[in-house]
Design a protein around this ligand. Sequence first.
Ligand code: PBG
Length: 299
Amino acid sequence: MHLDQLVQPLFVVERASDAGPIEAMPGIARFDLDGAVGEARELFDLGIKSVLLFGIPAEKDERASGGFAADGIVQRTISALKSAVPEMLVMADLCCCEYTNHGHCGIVDGRGEIDNDATVELLCRIAKTYAHAGADVVAPSDMMDGRVAAIRTALDAAGGKEVAIMAYSAKYASAFYGPFREAVGSAPQFGDRRSYQMDPPNAREALREIALDVAQGADIVMVKPGLPYLDVLHAARRRFDVPLAVYNVSGEYAMVKAAAANGWLDGERAADEILTSFVRAGADVVITYFAKEYAQRYG
Ligand code: PBG
């Protein structure tokens, strides 16, 4: 495990009063814009050279308007980070669930179903604003079909040829996202995400999804969550010769922290062992809430 493989997720709030610690993720906080810039500077000095941004808008609505506002919280954070810490690789999570009042990752149609193609159009619109703000990487996490090709075309046509796409390709409908949804307030208000996220027992579909994203122009593909899907990660490593990321998600972090707080396991050793397992299984890029503390231990 090298420090330059680690990516630290950063939560940025538009409304200062939403900043502060996240109860189910000890050690992780929601930052306001200045706080996020300060944190990024600290991370960079510790040797963590990439961050993945998530925005928490002041207002949510049906159409995720906060997501594509030119002066939205993520857009403003991207430009602030690129001027304050220019060498930091800035990745921005590209999804609607932080911006919709119903908490779904896409546009909901009149029947209460997610409208795949309308959502893809919206994602392209958001991606262009991220590119204009100076993002290095956009990371679609919505799981709509066909979005990687559409985003690539939209970016290329809008002066974003240099912006890379890290696709959440094999993203399972998982219980391990619980703390994240508390952190950004995105728990679905009705139904669940099983119509667009993947079915946990299905390993082969992950390989099909990754192949589709590679064919559509993804620069980095991802398996998510990490620990319960190490077999999928390893199978992806054997099959594909492209940069491969794994997302060690909020619930995986929370369970280690909770057990360590109770004195039930050695949290530092557990975290080291988990991060090592991702690299052993074949990940090139590891997105993890442990990134900062790992760098503090070994940087
Ligand atoms: C948005 C998104 C989610 C995560 C990353 N991007 C949540 C979800 O799909 O519900 C989860 C990250 C984590 O749990 O740490 N679609």
